[in-house]
Design a protein around this ligand. Structure first.
Ligand code: G
Ligand code: G
Ligand code: MN
Ligand code: NA
Length: 256
């Protein structure tokens, strides 16, 4: 994995950057949060798809370092966007974490110091984790996420419904939102089973008192159907792809 050595160097040299995809309130179009997504343009290979370099990072043990870099960058950039009035003052930033970042070995002590020095409240930092990532070391993950939650950070379950789900996680973990995987959203206007799955995730979330975010919304028809099912927040190309922070500072109209 030559790519792994290059990624390590790129992290040290701050060569990666982040793009942000807005998460909107379907009723008003207001931005409630931003998902930060890592981007890497390799000097010789050009843009490397995130799926590739995240996988390389996971295989070669670099994932905690990548996630740590993304967290720090996301916290300071979000604080600056907020300061500039480019996002609402209460909007959150959501960061994806790999399984290896959920063990005790990962030092989250700095996260608190970054939020303190940036001025971004910990309640406006959402850690996105998948069911599969939790499963890889469930005890350590539950302990870590509880500690983070005590400091105010929030946790969202990403790609919900696609991994090995254990409903016990909904009981044992301090989760504030379920993100409905875009494969379900993609099917809701055509497939009864996808519609039924989304409807039951919404019911489940309501019953256990957590929020729901629909992912991958691309059409007005999906949007309308999600609203009828009671979904309040969503993200997807219907509103915006992920864009660099510089494209946000000018202020944008998100409501379709
Ligand atoms: O737009 P997109 O192609 O960015 O993302 C592809 C995949 O890479 C998604 O599953 C996303 O969660 C993941 N990903 C993007 N950025 C990061 C990151 O900073 N850390 C981790 N662990 N995963 C990321
Ligand atoms: O796994 P996670 O949900 O973190 O991945 C986010 C991924 O979803 C990114 O690759 C992002 O580019 C992609 N994405 C965001 N909005 C849409 C959308 O509306 N349609 C599709 N097909 N992909 C999307
Ligand atoms: Mn995500
Ligand atoms: Na997802």
């Amino acid at each position: 994995y030559a790519l792994s050595a290059d990624l390590r160097a790129a992290l040290a040299a701050e060569v990666l950057h982040l793009e942000y995809q807005p998460i909107v309130d379907l009723r008003t179009g207001a931005v409630v949060g931003m998902e930060a997504l890592a981007r890497w343009t390799h000097p010789e290979r050009g843009p490397v798809p995130p799926g590739s370099f995240v996988t390389v990072a996971e295989i070669t043990g670099l994932a905690p370092e990548l996630d740590r870099w993304v967290l720090r960058r996301a916290v300071f950039e979000m604080a600056a966007l907020r300061e500039a009035g480019a996002v609402p003052p209460d909007a959150y930033v959501a960061v994806n974490l790999s399984a290896a970042s959920l063990t005790d070995a990962f030092d989250f002590g700095d996260l608190l110091s970054w939020t303190r020095s940036s001025g971004l409240p910990p309640t406006q930092v959402v850690l996105e984790i998948t069911e599969t990532a939790i499963m890889q070391n469930a005890d350590a993950a539950v302990a870590l996420l509880r500690r983070l939650r005590e400091q105010g950070f929030r946790v969202a379950m990403d790609d919900f419904g696609t991994g090995y789900s254990s409903l016990a996680y909904l009981r044992d973990l301090p989760i504030s939102a379920l993100k409905i995987d875009r494969s379900f959203v993609a099917g809701i206007t055509e497939r009864r089973d996808a519609l039924a799955i989304v409807a039951s995730i919404v019911e489940l979330a309501r019953a256990v008192g957590v929020a729901v975010v629909a992912e991958g919304v691309e059409t007005p028809q999906q949007n309308a159907l999600l609203r009828r099912l009671g979904v309040v927040t969503a993200q997807g190309w219907l509103w915006s792809t992920a864009v660099p922070a510089s494209a946000l500072s000018s202020g944008r109209e998100w409501l379709n």
